[in-house]
Design a binder for this molecule. Structure first.
Ligand SMILES: Nc1ncnc2c1ncn2[C@@H]1O[C@H](COP(=O)(O)OP(=O)(O)O)[C@@H](O)[C@H]1O
Ligand SMILES: [Mg+2]
Length: 249
């Protein structure tokens, strides 16, 4: 433009960093969603096939002499199929984690009943879950929270090699209820601790590496938080905070 005979310029600079980052995030989310859909289809097919193979192996197992080498292989094959099926199930859930449907939940009761199903998880057969303290009833999705505790109990039971006590401390903290799941296992070395929530990261031969990632996502879906600490005295503590919400809100 010309001002008093002098030529001037106006430059407008837009910083697009944020927009470019957002586009990148959207592209990643879309890719993840597509991957999730694919995983669901694949997982479904794989599970059906695994169930069929499991049934067939058991039929064959029943027809060979009970003390033969062939018969001894059967439980091993079935065990491996079950582990694989468990991994696929974890994947399906992780790919399609539903939004929590909030209803009043009694956490102490939910935790107790989750611990009392050792037939669902053989790791828990010789493990005692001790619930200490109390919190008021809050709003949460009982089905999803059950998955959180079940995943944590399985990890603790495996860390304690199948025997010992898991302590669950319940306590209101400010506007949250705090749930600490503590075990007396060997704790977690720093290089593992960094990657705990990375999907598919596992130190186990037959682990899915999705237990903690799923638990964290469910808790965050409840607007809560989940972190892991290894106290100096040994063992592992998983600390969950869930917002205390009255059913009248
Ligand atoms: N209570 C615990 N004690 C020791 N290590 C743990 C504990 N919980 C989790 N971990 C470590 O974190 C890893 C990831 O756990 P997770 O996401 O549940 O997957 P997975 O159990 O299938 O390996 C485990 O492989 C294990 O090394
Ligand atoms: Mg696990």
């Amino acid at each position: 433009m010309s001002v008093d005979g002098e030529t001037r310029f106006t430059g407008i600079v837009h910083d697009l960093t944020e927009r470019v980052q957002m586009e990148q995030r959207l592209r990643e989310q879309a890719a993840l969603a597509k991957l999730g859909e694919m995983a669901a289809v694949v997982a479904h097919e794989v599970r059906n096939a695994l169930a069929a193979v499991r049934g067939a192996v058991q039929v064959i197992g029943a027809r060979v002499p009970p003390d033969s080498r062939e018969a001894l292989v059967v439980p091993d094959v079935v065990g491996r199929i079950d582990a694989l099926s468990g991994i696929v199930k974890d994947m399906l859930l992780f790919a399609h984690l539903p939004q929590p449907r909030l209803n009043p939940v009694d956490l102490a009761q939910l935790i107790g009943s989750t611990a009392d199903y050792p037939d669902k998880d053989p790791n828990l057969q010789n493990v005692r879950v001790e619930v200490i303290g109390a919190v008021p009833s809050t709003l949460g999705d009982a089905e999803l929270l059950r998955i959180v505790f079940s995943n944590l109990f399985t990890n603790s039971a495996q860390a304690m090699r199948g025997t010992g006590t898991i302590q669950v401390l319940l306590e209101p903290v400010g506007a949250s209820c705090q749930i600490v799941v503590a075990d007396r296992g060997p704790g977690i070395p720093p290089e593992v601790r960094e990657r705990l929530f990375t999907p598919f990261f596992t130190t186990k031969a037959r682990g899915s590496g999705l237990g903690l990632a799923t638990a964290k996502r469910i808790v965050e879906g409840h607007e809560g938080s989940l972190r892991v600490e290894c106290p100096a005295g040994g063992g592992t503590m998983v600390i969950i905070q869930l917002p205390l919400r009255g059913s009248m809100e």
